[in-house]
Write a protein that binds this ligand. Structure first.
Ligand SMILES: NC(=O)C1=CN([C@@H]2O[C@H](COP(=O)(O)OP(=O)(O)OC[C@H]3O[C@@H](n4cnc5c(N)ncnc54)[C@H](OP(=O)(O)O)[C@@H]3O)[C@@H](O)[C@H]2O)C=CC1
Ligand SMILES: N[C@@H](CCC(=O)N[C@@H](CSC=O)C(=O)NCC(=O)O)C(=O)O
Ligand SMILES: [Zn+2]
Ligand SMILES: [Zn+2]
Length: 386
């Protein structure tokens, strides 16, 4: 039992006070976990485009003030009543897609979209409709059931993957979102087969992880698409065979360029940006009769997708994925083992490391296309071993 168990902990956190405002490093009070909850000391966290999306104000579920972050790695500090699957000292990765193993969705075997705590999670609350964070006497909302931009956070027991303590938490934290989402989208949601042709739109961490999954699945052609030429080298590193910059083809739609490169279009395409025009292009570059397009990117409130229904009549399939279809408590520990066996790239996604005090710089590096993934540390800046 830690000497902080049962007590309020005051620690540093990056608080989002309002949409479009820089995060502010504050002292926050973190309550002990209630029944079914776990308090986790976060050592490191990635910064995902979805954090920026919610901070921008485009997320209809965005509530402020809140503590963002959902790509963390940490150690259990204390557990609430009834918690049995983790204990203090366990290494864990918080999950924004929990796995209760009891709800209709978990039991269906058809999806990873557990609904046990989804309703309260979407409103920034714990299941009892209250929050565990306060700052300056004011309640602060949770985010995606994770809030990993706080040195201590409280999450539901069902929202934690217990992982091998040998794995470096400041690397495998990326399995909490970006890497798992892209990899899972390819190998699980799409089910890419050997010899397939694929197109991947948007080469951030998610898109690059899709490429990694397509390569592992044996795709023979992987066309990487981005408006930033510096991403070509990145795409090749993860297994892309071709690179297309739509800006190099001003007279053609990008879907026409890809159909021209493949004959009838690709077997599988993936949108990893959150741009509804690109989602259309991704569908329309798919093979007549069987091409499958997977929407991964999160589009702003009010945006809608469109295409001619004929695209579907002629056999193309439009689908989407959350967290790559991965069931977090069961499969994230397996991905960590795969990483430890050097069968899954994760370190390769990390381009920048910062201390929490510079978390806003990590957002700027993502917006200007410089960063694939930044890791934010609560102690130091990643130059020392955790
Ligand atoms: N469904 C799910 O479960 C998940 C969804 N997401 C979503 O996936 C998306 C990708 O996330 P992430 O990898 O972190 O994002 P990044 O911002 O790191 O990557 C997006 C990439 O797309 C490029 N891009 C932007 N516009 C275009 C365009 N018109 N055509 C081609 N490329 C373009 C960007 O280039 P540049 O940098 O030059 O702008 C950048 O390289 C986001 O929408 C995120 O919210 C993330 C995780 C899980
Ligand atoms: N709140 C947003 C929806 C955001 C969204 O789609 N989130 C993805 C994960 S993105 C991770 O980086 C997701 O898992 N969705 C499934 C879910 O149940 O939220 C909005 O309302 O637009
Ligand atoms: Zn994410
Ligand atoms: Zn469930």
């Amino acid at each position: 039992m830690s000497d902080t168990a049962g007590k309020v902990i005051t620690c540093k956190a990056a608080v989002a006070w309002g949409a479009g405002k820089d995060l502010v490093i504050e002292d926050v009070q973190v309550d002990p976990p209630k029944a079914g909850e776990v308090r986790v000391k976060i050592l490191a966290t990635g910064v995902c485009h979805t954090d920026a999306y919610t901070l921008s104000g485009a997320d209809p579920e965005g509530v402020f003030p809140c503590i963002l972050g959902h790509e963390g790695g940490g150690i259990v500090e204390s557990i609430g009543e009834g918690v049995t699957s983790v204990k203090p000292g366990d290494h864990v990765i918080p999950l924004y897609t929990p796995e209760c193993r009891e709800c209709l969705f978990c039991k269906s075997g058809k999806t990873n979209l557990c609904v046990k705590v989804r309703a309260t999670q979407g409103r920034g609350l714990m299941p009892d409709e209250t929050v565990r964070f306060h700052c300056k006497g004011q309640p602060v909302f949770h985010f995606m059931g994770c809030s990993t931009f706080s040195e201590y956070t409280v999450v539901c027991e069902i929202s934690l993957a217990k992982v091998n303590p040998v794995a470096p938490l400041d690397t495998v934290c990326l399995l909490g979102c970006g890497v798992t989402t892209g990899y899972g989208a390819a190998v699980k949601t799409a089910g890419v087969e050997p010899g397939s042709t694929c197109a991947v739109f948007g080469l951030g961490a998610v898109g690059l992880a899709v490429i990694m999954g397509c390569k592992e699945a044996g795709a023979k052609q992987i066309i990487a698409v981005d408006i930033n030429n510096s991403k070509k080298e990145w795409a090749e590193k993860f297994g892309a065979t071709d690179f297309v910059n739509p800006k190099d083809h001003p007279d053609k739609k990008v879907q026409e360029v890809i159909v021209g490169m493949t004959g009838w279009g690709v077997d599988y395409s993936f949108e990893c940006i959150g741009n509804t025009e690109v989602m259309r292009a991704a569908l329309e570059c798919c093979h007549r009769g069987w091409g499958v397009s997977v929407v991964i990117g999160v589009a702003a409130s009010g945006k809608e997708i469109a295409t001619r229904p004929f695209q579907l009549v002629t056999g193309r399939v439009w689908k989407g994925t959350a967290f790559g279809g991965i069931k977090g408590r069961t499969e994230v520990p397996e991905l960590v083992e795969k990483y430890l066996q050097k069968k899954l790239m994760v370190d390769e996604f990390i381009t920048h490391k910062f201390n929490l005090k510079d978390v806003n710089v990590a957002f700027h590096k993502m917006h200007d296309g410089e960063a694939v993934r930044s890791i934010v540390y609560f102690q130091g800046d990643g130059s020392e071993k955790l």
